[in-house]
Design a protein around this ligand. Structure first.
Ligand SMILES: [Zn+2]
Length: 218
């Protein structure tokens, strides 16, 4: 089975979500300094999704959402995944589902490439936040292109991989801080690692702006 980092790239995010909107949070297992590892209480709180028609997209906060249609396809294909239906500020459930995982990969191996670390600002306590994607100038396309990840992991007990079709990285992308706007925190997000079953569904459904960087698992 092959595994991939799932990305949503090159188009603007849709709506926003999570802690900056006042999401109720469970900090019991989170880093006390930066909040990395915080769990959501209840469904992901979202805003600005009224006119979104996509089957897969990221919000401004980089939460990855799928449509009811794609959710049903996952269910019918017996995909093993954690999800919850998203909710608006009035407490109403919307027809989008938050892609996430309770299964965290081990730390990336040192030979991993395609990213950088915001060294000066990484949380001194957990060193788990502020991983950043990298860009390279493509003179043919005259645009900044995202460098593909080449991430390697050592999974000692391969039975770990049988528990889900979607995993998350230990590393969180973006800076985490407990004090952002209006007293709310703001956290980085882990990347999602999906297997080839998920990739196949995305390809069959011709999902746009989804990119898959294969990971190496030792
Ligand atoms: Zn921390």
């Amino acid at each position: 089975m092959k595994y991939y980092i799932l990305h949503y790239y090159y188009v603007a995010p849709k709506g926003d979500s999570g802690e900056t909107l006042g999401q109720v949070l469970d900090l019991s297992n989170a880093c006390p300094t930066c909040g990395t590892g915080t769990k959501l209480v209840g469904g992901l709180l979202v805003t600005g999704l009224n006119n979104v028609k996509k089957d897969f997209f990221a919000t401004e906060a980089q939460d990855y959402l799928i449509s009811k249609k794609l959710y049903d396809i996952f269910q019918n294909a017996n995909i093993l995944f954690e999800t919850s239906q998203v909710v608006n500020k009035k407490g109403e459930f919307l027809d989008f589902y938050h892609l996430k995982s309770n299964y965290t990969f081990p730390k990336m191996l040192p030979q991993s490439k395609g990213f950088k670390i915001g060294l000066l600002n990484q949380c001194k306590n957990c060193k788990r936040d502020n991983y950043l994607g990298d860009l390279v100038w493509d003179s043919k396309k005259k645009a900044n292109m995202i460098v593909p990840f080449q991430l390697s992991f050592e999974v000692e007990d391969k039975r770990f991989l049988d528990q889900s079709d979607i995993f998350q990285t230990w590393e969180y992308w973006g800076k985490s801080t407990m004090k952002f706007l209006r007293g709310n925190p703001m956290f980085g997000r882990p990347s999602l690692i999906v297997n080839e079953r998920i990739k196949q569904i995305f390809e069959e459904q011709k999902i746009k702006n989804a990119f898959f960087d294969e990971v190496i698992i030792l």
